[in-house]
Design a protein around this ligand. Structure first.
Ligand SMILES: [Zn+2]
Ligand SMILES: [Zn+2]
Length: 421
């Protein structure tokens, strides 16, 4: 078996792994990397003649390269779960729309998106499929709705690619149950970090919201559309708030995907109840008036890079009554990161110093360092390959793994790893 990383090696973004067995050439994920300078795509692919592409989950760093590969002639079936297909459609359409709006040079057409979606073959989690000599299975990964790890098995060897994975249960997702394999390709986003206690973060969120409402302000919760908005809704449903809860932005569409795929989350009836408590904001015009009375608003984008949250912030940033909540990782070069590091944000192209309260909490959908080590121990591979992490995160996890009884490799861009069978 030969494994080549065309992206996602020593970086978070553009995950794209080519796996060659004796009979099949497969592609695991096909992502893009969003940088402040634009999108970066997988590199070093010379032949787009794959037998199949298997997608772990819908996030753009795992799917955003599909239309480009389609454009360049990739003509194989793309296997994924139904939920992944539905969310991928929303994310690819949105990325294309934003790209067009920003006037960036587009490397593919809208048709390439729909051509990619057309060749998607739906696989149920835990169902087995086969491509020549390779059996594959999608195993729930606990990361976002529809997310899976990918297990490949040939007569000679087995490979587990975690995709993005979470071991512990969250409010929204059941934690992953990894299977044993000879080769483990493991994500390492939090390879060098422990996450704060989840229960504690949940109570801080609830208490900060209560304090905001008490002083007559609004709680503006910035959240990723996929997974995070729903996680926040579930956390809020544990408490009785005497004010309206509004949801706005792309998360509304994701909620509908979950309604169509109730099995994609841990407890659909709890989610249904949480959702029933909230109202959708239907028109951008309604936004400003919502801030006149105490309320809770959950909306995108999660890193303050655009979306309805910026509309709300424009009217709320100068008022100390309100609170803006950041609920996830803030990428380099984003407005959210600048707010955390410098205490300033760009509003309509002008740098402003918010007077409202700023609260940053983490409700990560990734395994942290402790969980990653547990995953690696449970899979107990002969070869461990680390990808999907910053170099420091990979190095830290690599150092720990080298004390164990197996070979450890940090994935390198376009360097093929040969697994002896
Ligand atoms: Zn992800
Ligand atoms: Zn990812």
């Amino acid at each position: 078996m030969k494994i080549t990383f065309h992206g996602g090696a020593g970086e978070v973004g553009r995950s794209c792994i080519e796996v060659k067995t004796q009979e099949a050439t497969l592609l695991l994920d096909c992502g893009l990397k969003l940088t402040p300078q634009g999108s970066e795509y997988p590199v070093g692919v010379t032949n787009y003649n794959f037998d199949a592409c298997i997608i772990s989950h819908a996030h753009l760093d795992h799917t955003g390269g599909l239309p480009l590969f389609k454009h360049r002639g990739m003509n194989c079936p793309i296997y994924c779960t139904k939920t992944t297909k539905e969310i991928t459609k929303i994310l690819l359409e949105d990325a294309f729309k934003i790209g067009k709006h920003q006037g960036v040079e587009l490397v593919y057409n809208a048709e390439d998106i729909y051509d990619s979606l057309d060749v998607m073959k739906l696989v149920k989690p835990r169902e087995q499929g086969r491509i020549f000599d390779t059996h594959f299975e999608l195993i729930p990964a606990g990361h976002i709705p529809g997310s899976t790890s990918i297990l490949l098995t040939t007569q000679q060897t087995s490979l587990l690619y975690t995709g993005d994975i979470k071991l512990k249960d969250t409010q929204l997702m059941r934690g992953a149950i990894p299977k044993k394999a000879d080769v483990l390709i493991c994500e390492a986003t939090y390879g060098n970090k422990e996450q704060p206690n989840r229960k504690q973060s949940e109570s801080i969120l609830i208490n900060e919201i209560k304090n905001t409402l008490k002083r007559g302000g609004c709680a503006l919760i910035s959240a990723f559309a996929v997974g995070r908005m729903q996680e926040i809704l579930l956390i809020l449903s544990q408490e009785h708030f005497n004010v309206p809860i509004y949801i706005d932005g792309m998360g509304k569409k994701i909620n509908r995907v979950i309604k169509r795929n109730p099995q994609s989350i841990k407890n659909y009836s709890a989610f249904k109840k949480a959702l029933a408590r909230a109202s959708e904001v239907r028109s951008p015009k309604a936004r400003r008036s919502l801030l006149q009375r105490p309320c809770i608003i959950i909306t995108t984008s999660g890193m303050l890079t655009g979306g309805p949250i910026m509309d709300y912030l424009k009217h709320a940033y100068a008022n100390p009554k309100h609170t803006i909540f950041l609920t996830g990782y803030q990428g380099e070069g984003t407005n959210g990161r600048m707010l955390l590091e410098e205490g300033t944000i760009m509003i309509d192209g002008v740098k402003k110093q918010p007077l409202c309260r700023v609260v940053s909490l983490e409700f990560s959908a990734h395994a942290d360092m402790v969980e990653l080590k547990e995953i690696i121990k449970r899979v107990s591979p002969k070869i461990l390959i680390l990808n999907h992490g910053d170099p420091e995160a990979i190095k830290e996890l690599e150092k720990w793994a080298k004390t164990l009884d197996f070979e450890v490799v940090a994935a390198e861009l376009n360097k093929t790893i040969e697994v002896r069978e």
